[in-house]
Design a protein around this ligand. Structure first.
Ligand code: DX5
Ligand code: ZN
Length: 229
């Protein structure tokens, strides 16, 4: 297995989250955002334990694989990611992100992901101190800062997020490594500039794109907040 995801290179990327897409016409929605210039496709996996909601399994990743050229950025909001890394890698994930708060040995899970030839990310929930990431900085290709409490699309951006993004950006700088800094939750044309100024370079947006009357226009508006994308 290989990953289509290039190392972080200073570009700003937009990753629409299909959690808010219309599943009846998922293919159509994905093609639209792909044409409109989306960079990755964000796929939220929830197990009903780590977060109080359920979403998709590996089958959705297999059904997207080969139908879109967008890299598949899979966000595992699950208690035991070690159980799911194999199935999601086999289904075609290009990047697997696990939570530092998971009930698992995260460092081992990150090794497991890389051993399968794909990129590995780590995520922190809004109340987790960014400092805890220090121990895994040399093992990750991406850090995902949650700017809402994970579990549901359509929530409001937490105002404390830019400060947390700044702290994570400092940690990345101190590591000397090329690590993507992704932000997820409540991102729209108003909040995108705040997180970009704080140092984010990958923006996940679900409801702002897929629940908009015109998803293509909504994506353009978020892109406009990112002058170098
Ligand atoms: C929330 C998910 C997000 C969600 C974002 O737990 O991780 O990826 O889709 O949705 P919006 O952009 O609507 O906040
Ligand atoms: Zn997500």
């Amino acid at each position: 297995m290989t990953s289509k995801i290039a190392p972080a290179n200073g570009k700003i990327l937009i990753a629409p989250s299909i959690l808010s897409a219309d599943l009846f016409r998922l293919g159509e929605d994905v093609k639209r955002v792909e044409k409109a210039g989306a960079d990755w496709l964000h796929v939220d996996i929830m197990d009903g334990h780590f977060v109080p909601n359920l979403s998709f399994g590996p089958a959705i990743v297999s059904s997207l694989k080969g139908k879109t050229k967008l890299p598949l950025d899979v966000h595992l909001m699950v208690e035991k990611p070690s159980q799911f890394v194999g199935p999601f890698a086999a289904a075609g994930a290009d990047l697997l992100t696990v939570h530092i708060e998971a009930n698992d040995n995260v460092s081992e899970v990150l090794k497991q992901i890389h051993a399968l030839g794909i990129k590995a990310g780590v995520s922190i929930k809004p109340d987790t101190e960014p400092e805890v990431l220090s121990g895994v900085l040399d093992q990750v290709d991406l850090i995902l800062v949650m700017s809402v409490y994970p579990g549901f699309g359509g929530q409001s951006f937490l105002p404390k997020s830019p400060e947390r993004i700044r702290e994570v950006r400092k940690l990345i700088k101190s590591s000397g490594r090329n690590i993507w800094l992704e932000v997820d939750g409540g991102i729209n044309a108003q909040t995108a500039p705040l997180v970009l100024q704080a140092g984010a370079d990958v923006l996940v947006a679900g409801s702002a794109i897929f629940s908009a009357g015109d998803p293509v226009q909504a994506l353009y508006q978020i892109k406009q907040a990112a002058p170098h994308s």
